[in-house]
Ligand binder design. Structure first.
Ligand SMILES: [Zn+2]
Length: 70
């Protein structure tokens, strides 16, 4: 097996074990955004980091519902 030579599918940097198959949490989130974008057609391009963060927050709310709710 050749697990040490993987590269992040987002930015092509070497994969970090902790964030496999990505190099960082950010790239993992970007991949998530792309997945959601493909499904929900949110936006074809993210104009800036602020927009990206807002989108991320809305996605995270879906993925991590507050355990205190209900
Ligand atoms: Zn990356």
């Amino acid at each position: 097996m050749n697990r040490s030579n993987l590269h992040c599918p987002i930015c092509k940097k070497p994969t970090q074990e902790k964030f496999k198959p990505f190099c960082s949490k950010k790239c993992s989130d970007i991949d998530l955004i792309r997945w959601f974008s493909g499904n929900y057609r949110i936006a074809s391009t993210l104009q800036n980091e602020k927009e990206e963060k807002e989108l991320l927050n809305s996605i995270k709310e879906r993925l991590d519902p507050d355990p205190n709710v209900r």
